[in-house]
Design a binder for this molecule. Structure first.
Ligand SMILES: Cc1cc2nc3c(=O)[nH]c(=O)nc-3n(C[C@H](O)[C@H](O)[C@H](O)COP(=O)(O)O)c2cc1C
Length: 297
């Protein structure tokens, strides 16, 4: 299937930061049966990330403040890409920069690497406010599909999506995690060493679905939706709200074998509803029926 200029095996992509560099899961699951793999966010250089505790379980979700720990782009290309290529993975490289120049440099380097299918730009980093400028600068130096990943920590996500589209994005992915915190009341200390972190998992799903729906009204480019997907019905909810494909993050930690189950559930739904291709389902939410029900009740 196609998402803009990106070709995927199916609509299910492993979300960045929740599937390592892909190679860690190669013995658990056939990487070539995933729609794609968004690898852990990469900077130019290696990074250590935050000290522990970096993860806290919360009701219907988790909080993390990993601090974008990573091996850096050069080690990724040398140590991970050969295996990802050999295993037939569709590799989406998630990149992160502290300056626009760093995004540009990363994009240049990765554009020449065989087997990289797309660039996902993590423009949720706190130091980078001008997401549109990042997209425009990256667009100018790469032939790869450019997919900015949007933060939900804004008042109006659809205006950010619109800016990304105008800057030349091929698609947008949303959402990243929600800024959140948890406190141990006995010690009165924050549960994360970084004090605040990002909330993910089923707790955020209804908000993420609403954001995908809002962005679908505002932009013409495809949307890759995510946030708390754990079942096939969750996948379908995002697609019906307006996503062309989805990513699954936190649920993969609980069940790394979730992928065939999600895919089977989606195929079963398409069969039952006599829908020839999942692309026919994108954005098909029927709001008029809901309005009528409401008026008549
Ligand atoms: C432990 C952890 C690490 C993450 N690391 C990244 C990252 O490096 N880059 C990024 O763009 N998103 C990162 N994310 C966000 C996820 O890709 C995803 O947007 C978010 O978790 C919502 O999806 P989910 O509820 O299915 O997990 C991370 C999430 C978690 C839980």
């Amino acid at each position: 299937m196609k998402v803009g200029s990106l070709t995927l095996r199916n609509p299910l992509i492993a979300a960045s930061g929740c599937f390592g560099y892909g190679t860690e899961y190669a013995d658990v699951i056939d990487l070539s049966m995933l729609g794609g793999i968004a690898v852990k966010g990469l900077f130019l250089a290696e990074r250590e990330g935050h000290p522990p505790p970096r993860i806290v379980e919360t009701p219907a979700g988790m909080l993390n403040a990993i601090g974008l720990q990573g091996i850096g782009v050069h080690r990724f290309i040398a140590e991970k890409m050969p295996e990802l290529r050999a295993r037939g993975a569709v590799v989406i490289v998630n990149i992160c920069g502290t300056t626009i120049q760093e995004y540009v440099e990363l994009s240049r380097i990765l554009s020449d690497v065989e087997g990289v299918a797309a660039l996902e730009l993590n423009i949720s980093c706190p130091n980078i406010k001008e997401g549109g400028n990042v997209v425009r600068a990256v667009r100018a130096v790469t032939h790869l599909p450019v997919i900015p990943k949007l933060t939900p920590n804004v008042t109006d996500v659809s205006s950010i999506a619109k800016a990304a589209e105008e800057a030349g994005a091929d698609a947008v992915s949303l959402v990243n995690t929600f800024l959140a915190m948890a406190i141990d009341v006995e010690t009165r200390r924050p549960r994360l060493s970084n004090i605040v972190g990002g909330l993910s998992g089923p707790a955020i799903r209804p908000i993420a679905v609403r954001m995908v729906y809002e962005c679908r009204q505002a932009i013409g480019i495809p949307i890759i939706g995510m946030g708390g997907i754990a079942t096939a019905a969750d996948v379908l909810e995002f697609i019906i709200a307006g996503a062309s494909a989805v990513q699954v993050g936190t649920a993969n930690f609980a069940d790394p074998l979730i992928w065939p189950k999600l895919l089977d559930g989606v195929l079963d739904y398409l069969g039952r509803h006599k829908i020839a291709a999942i692309s026919h389902l994108t954005g098909t939410i029927d709001t008029s029926a809901r309005e009528k029900e409401w008026i008549s009740s």
